[in-house]
Design a protein around this ligand. Structure first.
Ligand code: M6R
Length: 618
């Protein structure tokens, strides 16, 4: 994971710190920066710290003001613990070369031996530090006339794994950059600054993604795997035959992570859901409310109907949305469809010429999902995507599909993206389907009412949430159950609870509980049951009864007011919806339960421990 940012221009370090702040979603274990001042000689100034970019800013304390070349890093630890010495940048032993790296060097052990045999003093436990010593060695031993860029290329050729690297060196006026399997984007600003970077702009930057460019760069150029360049005032310099990336206008807008009147971004984003839903549905439902269609796919609905199968690949919350989506496609079409965890995608078994593999991803940067797509393509499948982040790697790789329009999601726990993924998948199912008009109209009517339904669901005034939190607070664990369309939903509820409230949770289809996990229930174990008024309700009643008899405290999430409610300790009443749209309404109390428990425990809701918003490692 990790975010890297580099800047060339007046007050480059300030640019880097600002960029890093917007990349913190990629990791927030530690942060660091390095900078070179005009006429600088000797070791490069660096600063690094465990903690957030804000801690780095305090530690740097203005020391880097006036630097014209700078690189920085925000870390999600893979190799080596969260310590100051494992934080990037990593410098050569003489301090004259310093690097930041995002990715994983798979042959690190072998390279470590090599570097130690060459006599270098390795100061950290990271794989990244090895790159700087290898480069130092290349530079010191290279034949006369070879450029630093060529030495950098030989260094990179020793690495196995994935990387986005930026390097600065004493005596050089630019930044060496390389990417493979980790994103890297160039941005340039057309301000009125005094420096003259390519295109008469005031600064040239390199970043793990485009987010930090909003507000400072007007154009971007995306790097490809195996690209190696030197960027400086003179522009972009490549090796002999490598094409120079072309700049294009930076599309989209950056939304600042401002929680407004809400205490946390997660709560704000939960409350954003009605508007997020309105946006994902916008332009996709006919004015007369009879049709809903999703455009943007390379394959027409007819071509999709003729496919042998559709694979949905995703991770975490996106995977649970994919499970709901697969249920929709199965219900409304004749197609064979399956949702896969991207990290377990059996591409060679399920991909072929007449198949379509759709990636679902909020960030559009998730490495497991990206790898699954690549495998799908290799095995002859058409590929497509549903992404939230415009211009993200997955969206660009597939070149077709649909954007989710949930708006920027800042909290690590994904909420509104789940709802919009689910809605978009329902639209896709309707687009492919040939169901009778009457059935179609009914579903479209339900979809149209979703933003209003979710708005009402967000009103918490009957005290049920507080009562549920009383049961959950202090519990050792919790069990989530649901059936049918609610079975994948409870997986999402449990994930939310685990990631923000650190409560160990188990999520099971109600009927499966008696085949083993029911052994966990003892006096007071909270069981959160999602039981909408659909055909599974009687069976859910049995499951709930079985739990209650064994001492469980039942938190029942339902729109039903009948007999099932007598088995509940707390009832969280939901809006009465059609079964098909119920996941998008019923997810709200699940999100709120996780949020309130985490908040009550005084946890860092928006940045839970050990996590990052975008998971770019395998
Ligand atoms: O950006 P993506 O949707 O591809 O991310 C996938 C998962 O990493 C993500 O949903 C993760 O599980 C969230 N933290 C869940 O809240």
């Amino acid at each position: 994971m990790c975010g890297i940012f580099g800047c060339l221009g007046a007050d480059a370090a300030a640019g880097v710190l600002n960029g890093l702040r917007k990349l913190e979603y990629r990791g927030y274990d530690s942060a660091g920066l390095a900078a070179i001042f005009p006429e600088h000689e000797g070791p490069i100034e660096t600063e690094r710290t465990t903690g957030y970019v804000a801690d780095l800013v305090s530690k740097a304390n203005g020391r880097f003001d006036g630097a014209e070349i700078s690189i920085g890093h925000t870390r999600w630890a893979t190799h080596g613990g969260v310590t100051d010495s494992n934080a990037h940048p990593h410098s050569s032993n003489d301090g004259k070369i310093t690097i930041v790296h995002n990715g994983i060097i798979e042959n690190a052990q072998e390279l470590l031996e090599r570097v130690e045999n060459l006599g270098y003093d390795v100061q950290s436990e990271t794989d990244s530090e090895l790159i700087v010593h290898l480069l130092d060695h290349e530079l010191n031993t290279q034949p006369v006339g070879r450029t630093p860029l060529e030495a950098f290329k030989s260094t990179i050729s020793l690495l196995k794994g994935s990387w986005a690297v930026a390097v600065i060196m004493t005596g050089m006026d630019g930044i060496l950059i390389a990417r493979k399997g980790a994103p890297l984007v160039l941005g340039r600003g057309s301000g009125s600054g005094t420096c003259s970077y390519q295109g008469n702009c005031s600064h040239l930057c390199v970043s793990s993604d485009v987010q930090p460019f909003y507000g400072s760069c007007s154009e971007v150029a995306y790097l490809d795997d195996d690209d190696i360049f030197y960027i400086s005032k003179n522009g972009i310099e490549g090796l002999e035959d490598s094409p120079i990336p072309e700049f294009e206008v930076l599309e989209g807008v950056y939304e600042e992570g401002d929680s407004g009147i809400f205490p946390h971004m997660m709560l704000k984003e939960i409350h954003d859901q009605p508007i997020a839903l309105t946006n994902v549905l916008g332009g996709r439902i006919s004015a007369d409310g009879t049709r809903a269609e999703l455009g943007g796919f390379k394959l027409s609905p007819k071509q999709m109907r003729g496919l042998d199968r559709i694979n949905l690949v995703a991770c975490g919350t996106a995977y649970y949305a994919a499970l709901v989506g697969a249920n929709y496609i199965r219900q409304l079409t004749e197609l064979t469809v399956e949702a896969f965890r991207a990290s377990e995608f059996p591409a060679s078994d399920v991909c072929g010429p007449n198949t379509l593999t759709i990636a679902i991803s909020q960030s559009g940067e998730t490495k497991d999902t990206l790898d699954a797509l690549q495998e799908a393509r290799k095995n002859g499948s058409e590929i497509s995507s549903f992404c939230n982040v415009i211009g993200s790697t997955i969206a660009r790789m597939t070149g077709n599909g649909a954007y989710l329009y949930a708006g920027a999601e800042f909290a690590v726990a994904s909420t509104k993206a789940f709802t919009n993924m689910t809605a978009a998948l329902l639209l896709l199912a309707l687009t492919i389907s040939e169901i009778p008009d009457k059935q179609r109209k009914k579903i479209v009517r339900e979809i149209r009412s979703l933003p209003a339904m979710v708005s009402r669901q967000l009103i918490e005034e009957d005290g049920s949430m507080e009562s549920a939190i009383e049961i959950l607070d202090g519990a050792k664990s919790a069990i989530f159950i649901g059936r049918g369309i609610s079975a994948p939903l409870v997986l999402e509820g449990a994930l939310k609870m685990m990631e923000v409230a650190y409560l160990p949770c188990l999520a099971y289809p109600g009927g499966e509980l008696k085949h083993g996990p029911i052994a966990l229930i003892e006096e007071g174990t909270p069981v959160i049951a999602v039981a909408p008024h659909d055909s599974t309700l009687p069976l859910m009643e049995s499951s709930i009864r079985e739990c209650r008899t064994r001492g469980a405290k039942i938190i029942l999430i339902t729109d039903h007011e009948g007999p099932i409610t007598q088995f509940a300790d707390v009832i969280i009443q939901t809006q009465a919806t059609g079964t098909i749209v119920s996941p998008m309404v019923n997810v709200v109390p699940l999100q709120l339960l996780a949020y309130h428990l985490a908040d009550q425990k005084g946890l860092n809701v928006d940045r839970p421990r050990n996590l990052a918003k975008s998971v770019t490692v395998v």
